[in-house]
Design a protein around this ligand. Structure first.
Ligand code: TXE
Length: 515
């Protein structure tokens, strides 16, 4: 646990082993922190939150910038650990570091503006000054996944810290070392002790954090676990932010740049071995360009190298039990008549799944309704982008999406029921720090990133201040006798309730005609 020296806590007995999925190398061990240890971390965070929350925005920004600089200085070490713990190629790991720091930077620089007091109209209460102010929540618990072990939690951690909160972070048990590393670096950069702590462990530790006396839980993971986290948080009425994965669709219209769309589909489906909540998990392609799209996709996929070596484009599947899910989805699809064009269920070697393209898929196949989270691209022929849109929206999920085409493409994009859409690109929204990130339906709720992401970690306060006293004080029991008539007059004058009302006149005339 980073920076936990102030309070003595019971020793953990159980350890988690961190293993490189590419070669089985044991990378290290971390403790499984107990409920008492989690609660102790939250207590320390509570103290830190007071000191951190009392700093000015400029002071917090300076400290977060210092942290960002140290992270950048240690980028090689962080990327190497991401590469070894998660299995993704080193270049992808460095890209993850870059995108994480871009978000940290945005949050640190933007918080002052977004949390500035806002003067708003007092409306009918014209003698009042109405102000909205934004305050830190206190302590935020962040429960993270393993697929983007720095980038994903940073979308909560960076924004929560910038908004003046302390954070207790529980990284995934699959990638605990990199979680611990970024917290250790924070401890050297940030002068307020325990403002960012890391507790390690599995679901039990995560459950303890969700049940602890925190002011918000930001969770990224599966739908089932998300529901369990909500149940635990409900006991304390702790608000939650849920990022629960997706079944992202790509729509390719008949006027799309087909080669570009195919290349984007291959990258979007296969990057990080398909283990991204915003992976392209379905491609709906208009009939007139379908064959060209499929041919190009298959061509591209054949050139994608799988392995743990430096030349590989995608690495091993990080979570071993995910391999069974991927195999099940593929076998189910094949049994129900899907055609495998490249890859397939028999092309799984140990932890490595070869990129797979399937066609002739139908809605009864699991591969079209459940998150596969692997390097698999189902391609579906549709009569038009309009039909693609209807099928894309026929899902319980709604996280990311992409659409390729020209005429009317923005209008179609607006109609995709998803938290995010890239037009003529894939996944671009995640790397733009000013864009909010989150989903609808089974993909969860709440937003990380952007200004909304900062506001997620604040509480809003409304203040009404009387500037001068009106001759007629309505909020009093000492009202003169004629007050009712006066208010009635005001209602009619301000809201048009009297016989002069035009709509009323028309209605009156209509009624007379009917008689
Ligand atoms: O997720 P879990 P897993 C999806 C993907 C994958 C599936 C399972 O489809 O196949 O989720 O992955 C902690 N109370 N995504 O098993 O179980 C756990 O320790 C509190 C989508 O990794 O949801 C880890 O830190 N916390 C995704 C985190 O929750 C608990 C990213 C996620 O674990 C807990 C990863 C509990 N009861 C997987 N049980 C995305 N949305 O990006 C576990 N945890």
């Amino acid at each position: 646990m980073a920076a936990t020296t102030q309070e003595s806590t019971p020793k953990s007995v159980d350890l988690i082993e961190s293993v490189n999925p590419n070669n089985g190398e044991v990378l290290g061990h971390v403790p499984i922190h107990t409920e008492e240890q989690v609660n102790a971390a939250v207590r320390r965070a509570r103290e830190a939150a007071v000191e951190w929350g009392n700093l000015t925005h400029a002071e917090r920004r300076n400290q977060l910038v210092r942290w960002r600089r140290l992270l950048a200085a240690q980028a090689d070490e962080i990327a190497d650990l991401i590469h070894r713990e998660n299995g993704k190629p080193r270049v992808d790991a460095m890209l993850e570091v870059m995108n994480s720091l871009s978000h940290l930077s945005y949050a640190a620089n933007r918080a002052e503006k977004i949390m500035a007091d806002q003067k708003v109209s007092a409306g009918v209460m014209a003698n009042f000054r109405a102000t909205i102010s934004y305050h830190p929540l206190g302590v935020v618990g962040v429960i993270g996944p393993w697929n983007y072990p720095v980038f994903t939690p940073m979308g909560s951690i960076g924004y929560a810290l910038a908004a003046g909160n302390a954070v207790v972070f529980k990284p995934s048990e699959i990638t605990p070392l990199v979680g611990q590393l970024i917290a250790d670096i924070a401890a050297t950069a940030i002068s307020v002790p325990n403002v960012f702590q890391c507790v390690t462990g599995d679901g039990r530790t995560g459950g303890a954090l969700a049940s602890a006396a925190v002011d918000k839980i930001a969770f990224t993971g599966s739908v089932g676990t998300g529901k369990r986290v909500m149940e635990a948080a409900a006991k304390n009425l702790t608000p939650v932010l849920m990022e629960l994965g997706g079944k992202d669709a790509m729509i390719v219209a008949d006027d799309a740049d087909v080669n570009k769309a195919a290349e984007a589909a291959v990258f979007g489906a296969l990057t990080n071995a398909g283990q991204a909540c915003i992976s392209v998990e379905r491609a709906y392609v208009a009939d007139s360009v379908y064959q060209q799209f499929v041919d190009k996709v298959v061509d591209e996929v054949r050139n994608v190298r799988v392995g743990g070596d430096e030349d590989a484009n995608i690495g091993a599947i990080t979570l071993p039990r995910q391999i069974d899910i991927i195999r099940d989805h593929l076998e189910d699809a094949v049994a129900k008549g899907a055609k495998v064009l490249v890859g397939g269920p028999d092309k799984i070697d140990g932890n490595f799944v070869h990129p797979t393209v399937v066609t002739d898929v139908t809605p009864d196949m699991r591969i079209l309704s459940e998150e596969t989270f692997g390097p698999v691209l189902p391609v579906i022929r549709v009569s038009s982008a309009e039909e693609g849109l209807r099928l894309a929206n026929d899902t319980t999920f709604g996280l990311g999406s992409s659409i390729f085409g020209k005429a009317g493409i923005r209008k179609l994009a607006r109609r995709i029921r998803a938290g995010m859409t890239s037009i003529n690109s894939v996944m671009a929204f995640a790397a733009i720090p000013s864009l909010p990130f989150g989903g609808v339906g089974d993909s969860g709720f709440g937003r990380i990133h952007g200004d909304e992401g900062l506001k997620e970690f604040t509480r809003t306060k409304a203040t009404a201040e009387e500037r001068f006293t009106l001759p007629m004080a309505l909020m009093s029991f000492k009202l003169p006798k004629n007050t009712y008539d006066k208010i009635r007059g005001m209602v009619q004058q301000m809201y048009g309730g009297g016989p002069v009302d035009r709509a009323g006149e028309v209605l009156h005339k209509l009624r007379r005609k009917r008689r």
